[in-house]
Design a protein around this ligand. Structure first.
Ligand code: ADP
Ligand code: ZN
Length: 732
């Protein structure tokens, strides 16, 4: 038999299939092959009878690498789709489908030696056979008699190696290997929850969804309308028919809460998949899904590739979230991938959000998704009152601080009443840059075109793009003076300022810096939920999804921060963010309030977000998009060039650009825009960055893109990476 193999090496030239011979391998198996005079790992992607190469020269596959088929035929097919849709290399796609550490054998099933009694005799009988001074052996036997069995490592430590060995030799105890399962959030209690009665809006949503098992739905429910319960009920019904489910949340920060609710409902049938788990946990959870031991996969973006068959439902919560669009290699759109997997499986696709993406809401209006509305909070609880504070006025009145008078009053009030507050600022660190007041020097990353953020806790300067750290400056490296100005305030400084204002109040912070340990998200959330702190400060990590019943105040600092980016998504993203953060307030008995601080108080985006008027915002924004032919009325495509040699990048870009101009001449009506330029972020991780930007009509999109992809493939250059992005969320 002949097998087509993708070798697992990432040099850009080899996105090619190589043929090998062998017998009895399943397609999707990882194998060891000889490649370029080295033993290399690879994936079998096809089995066939004939080859275009000289069959006599084909090398044999050396052996299979796992005792299971790593990639199912369905996922291979999905890979093929992603390859052609996003212009990806095989190897990058295939790597998405397996735990990274499976490669090079860096993770395996964990097994440990277990010791148990080898006889059924009574304890007295066994003890009588031992010497009376063999205390350790006697104690061990008694221990095992009561406890049944124990791990060798534990009893070796407790009773000593020689006692264990002696008993093994006498045949009184025996040893065997057992598999140890590594479980994320092992201590999370899974007490079954009392069955809830659905509210009528929830029941309607569930009925609508279940009436069409292959349907596509957009569940538009305001914050606190009880969407989670809808998802859980739908999954319950799907699992009851013997099918499997995938449940996606946008942030790792949201997985502990979702996991808890799923475990309460489904116990051990749930497996968690995301990059924040330990290597062993991720592998074991993946394997449980693969073996059919778990039927429900929950996680962030990458869980869409869960190794499940017979999928009945894929649910994407907060479907509008930009994290669903991968902005590094391999670049893909999770909602599109989920849609493909749902079609492959004849499964339903449920997208849920309080602030659906304009694309999804438009698709629903077009009848491509079935729209389900849940316009009220459960129990008819009111949405929070949002008050906009004009920070320019505040400054004119002499308040130069970051908190408005109103927010300070509200905070005081909330704390006095024993309630909780959340303060949102989408900027981590202490301050956004460090500038010399004498010469204007700004500290920048050596590898990226990014100014460094000041971090006070460890007194370092950090690049928020690549993570590189630098010692704090005491003198300007340029003019050697020591007078600095600090940039915009970040979450660390907000906490410092709050501590000065409220010295007796406990304050927690949740952002990328405080959540580097693998279970820290869950710990911070639990601590806040349990009332161990009264104020939670955070970035977009706290903005959505969370349900903290005692929060009655949300403060939004710099509410228009994201409004002033130049890309067409800025308004949509700002609206979503503000509506979502506001939605964290007043979710239980007490009415919530929100203080929204901004320098552009009259902007329609902020006005409508304050009213939580999604439909009003949608109408206004969609007509702007239509008038200016932005998505969903067109497709933005960016071709990104990255390389350490600037000239090579420019040369390749220029060649491709010429080719694309040729293509344009055949499709001139479909090209709304075409140009080449430097990226706004000119350099990142030592690489220069250039781009070709296109805005294309939907009409001949696939045909045009296939020609463009072919043109890109025809001319390559060593050291220059070329990536295609379709409707990217991030155009930096
Ligand atoms: P959303 O995701 O729409 O913002 P949630 O799913 O977090 O809203 O629900 C809001 C709150 O209402 C949660 O505290 C949830 O436990 C509670 N809740 C939802 N549905 C029910 C129900 N049927 N019975 C009782 N409580 C419910
Ligand atoms: Zn950097």
């Amino acid at each position: 038999m002949i097998y087509s193999v993708i070798v697992d090496v990432s040099a850009s030239e080899v996105d090619r299939i190589f043929d090998y011979t062998g017998e009895g391998y399943a397609v999707g198996t990882r194998v060891l092959v000889n490649f370029a005079n080295r033993q290399t790992e690879g994936f079998i992607v096809e089995e066939k009878q004939t080859t275009d190469y000289d069959p006599a020269k084909l090398k044999p596959i050396i052996r299979a690498l796992d005792d299971f088929t790593a990639i199912s035929p369905q996922l291979l097919q999905l890979g093929q789709y992603m390859r052609s849709r996003y212009h990806l290399r095989w190897v990058d796609v295939l790597r998405l489908f397996i735990p990274a550490e499976l490669r090079k054998n860096r993770v395996k099933v964990l097994s440990k030696k277990q010791i148990c009694l080898a006889t059924d005799d009574d304890l007295d009988v066994i003890l009588n056979s031992l010497k009376s001074n063999a205390t350790m052996q006697r104690d061990l036997v008694s221990y095992l008699y009561i406890n049944g069995s124990a791990l060798a490592e534990d009893i070796n430590r407790e009773f000593g190696f020689s006692a264990v060995n002696a008993l093994l030799k006498k045949g009184i105890v025996c040893a065997h290997d057992i598999t140890i399962r590594r479980t994320p959030y092992k201590d999370m209690p899974a007490t079954p929850q009392d069955k809830r009665t659905l509210y009528s809006a929830q029941q309607n949503a569930v009925d609508t969804i279940l009436s069409d098992p292959q349907g596509k739905f957009l569940l538009h429910g305001v914050t606190g309308s009880g969407k989670t319960e809808v998802y859980l009920t739908v999954m319950e019904r799907v699992v009851a028919t013997g099918k499997t489910c995938i449940m996606l949340v946008p942030e790792i920060a949201l997985t502990p809460n979702m996991l808890r609710q799923l475990r309460q409902r489904f116990g051990d049938s749930v497996a968690l998949l995301h990059s924040g788990l330990s290597v062993g946990e991720r592998f074991d959870e993946w394997l449980r899904l693969k073996n059919g031991e778990a039927q429900i996969a929950v996680g962030a973006r990458s869980a869409v590739f869960a190794p499940l068959n017979n999928i009945g439902a894929i649910i994407i919560d907060e479907e509008h979230d930009s994290s669903y669009v991968s902005d590094f290699n391999p670049r893909y759109n999770t909602v599109e991938v989920a849609d493909y997997r749902a079609r492959q499986n004849g499964a339903m696709l449920v997208l849920g959000s309080a602030t659906p993406s304009l694309n999804s809401y438009y698709a629903a209006k077009q009848g491509k998704l079935k729209l389900i509305e849940m316009p009220e909070r459960i129990n008819k609880r009111p949405l929070p009152q949002v008050e906009i504070v004009d920070m320019t006025l505040e400054t004119r009145r002499g308040n130069k601080g970051i908190f408005s008078q109103l927010l300070k009053q509200r905070l005081q009030h909330t704390i006095e009443n024993g309630n909780q507050a959340m303060i949102f600022l989408n900027r981590r660190g202490y301050s956004s840059f460090l500038m010399c007041t004498k010469c204007g020097y700004v500290a920048k990353c050596a590898d990226c075109d990014v100014s460094l953020t000041v971090h006070r806790e460890d007194n370092m300067l950090k690049c928020h793009y690549c993570g590189k750290q630098y010692y704090m400056l005491d003198k300007c490296p340029n003019c050697h003076q020591s007078s600095f100005r600090y940039g915009k305030i970040g979450t660390q400084q907000v906490v410092d300022l709050l501590r000065q204002m409220f010295p007796d109040v406990n304050i927690l912070r949740m952002d990328a810096d405080t959540t580097q340990n693998k279970e820290s998200h869950g710990k911070i959330i639990d601590a806040f939920k349990n009332g161990e702190a009264q104020i939670l400060v955070g970035t977009q990590m706290i903005a959505k999804g969370h349900d903290f019943p005692k929060v009655t105040l949300v403060g939004i600092l710099d509410g228009d921060q994201s409004l002033h980016y130049s890309d067409y998504l800025a308004t949509e993203r700002t609206f979503q963010l503000i509506t979502q953060v506001a939605g964290r307030s007043g979710r239980d008995k007490d009415v919530g309030s929100v203080v929204l601080q901004t320098y552009t108080p009259t902007h329609y985006c902020l006005q409508l977000a304050a009213k939580q008027d999604y439909v009003g915002f949608y109408k206004r924004e969609i007509s702007l998009r239509e008038a200016s032919a932005f998505p969903p009325f067109s497709e933005i495509v960016r071709i990104l060039y990255q390389g350490e040699k600037e000239k090579d990048c420019i040369d390749l870009l220029t060649e491709h650009y010429a080719q694309i101009c040729n293509i344009k001449s055949n499709f001139s009506r479909d090209f709304y825009y075409l140009d080449k330029m430097r990226c706004p972020l000119r350099r990142a991780e030592k690489k220069f960055r250039f781009q070709i930007l296109l805005k294309l009509s939907q009409n001949n999109l696939d045909a045009i893109l296939q020609q463009i992809y072919a043109a890109c493939d025809a001319v390559k250059r060593n050291g220059v990476q070329v990536f295609v992005e379709r409707n990217p969320q991030n155009l930096s």
